[in-house]
Design a protein around this ligand. Sequence first.
Ligand SMILES: Nc1ncnc2c1ncn2[C@@H]1O[C@H](COP(=O)(O)OP(=O)(O)OP(=O)(O)O)[C@@H](O)[C@H]1O
Ligand SMILES: [Mg+2]
Length: 314
Amino acid sequence: MEQANSAIRVDGARKVYKTVGRSPGRAAVDGVSLEVEQGSIHGLLGPNGAGKTTTLKMLIGLVKPTEGTFKILGEDSTSPKGRRFLGFLPEQPYFPQHITAMQALRFYGQLAGVEKQDIDGRAVELLGKVGLDGTERTELSKFSRGMLQRLGIAQAIIGRPAVVVLDEPASGLDPVGQRDIRNLMLELRESGTTVLLSSHQLSEVEAVCDRVSILNAGKVAAEGHIDELLNISGQTSIRVRGLDELPAAVNALAGDVAVSGSVWVFSVEDSAVRSVVDAVDDAGGAVMSLAPKRESLEDYFARLIASARTGVAS
Ligand SMILES: Nc1ncnc2c1ncn2[C@@H]1O[C@H](COP(=O)(O)OP(=O)(O)OP(=O)(O)O)[C@@H](O)[C@H]1O
Ligand SMILES: [Mg+2]
């Protein structure tokens, strides 16, 4: 379904990498379609080798697609007009070693069309945003892995692109850096920017993404809100405290029971929630939380991969 306000539209993307001296292997990306609404944050998830980077690189024009169309705000993403809308953080950002952070951002700012008189101010502002304040004059040979990642993110957004594509933005970042980048993505969305990111981190994806596409073996295995994808319908997860053991009536209904001290976490059928809460109350315990039961991303991927191997969808 074509939406007038889609910022990114990928249709039928397919990539078969050429392998020297061998017959072409299986498609790295095999019929992927994506649609990202303007001003939203979309996550690409999937196990290693699923085809996330290849999809993003085809969109950016760094990998030549075998098939497919790639549009940014209605323009061919590799046309000069389409490119002007785009900012990109590659999976492994690389910079010349012997320039300073300021020189790097000046260079990328010029490439992205930032007005000359605005470049230095914008570069300093961005270094602050990505937690690199005070490194203006530091040579990049002295930057750590995480600092280069932060600079890569600043580089991606220096030209205030309408669409930002980030290949694993949290990679190599410490927890504070990850939080900074999450906040930066939310700020970008606030200002109407569209963000497409790939990630392995459920916490990052949950915190920022409006929708996600899950890739597996080059295909879109699922698409939607993260909650829709991971909620196990009909079950509630309950956390209680203050009990040495679960009342027998609860024990009979509870699944996936985990205990730490006097805190218990377990799941029950939705229909049993009321009676379980009463039983916990009667036994002198306190209910700390009730939430729809969710599958972990690890379990989801494991199930996805197993079903792809056996050909049995579960
Ligand atoms: N330049 C290349 N030449 C040949 N095959 C490639 C090339 N780049 C990627 N591939 C293959 O394409 C498939 C998809 O790789 P891709 O890098 O897109 O996966 P990914 O989802 O980004 O994985 P990761 O989570 O590890 O970053 C893999 O099987 C990989 O081996
Ligand atoms: Mg990748």
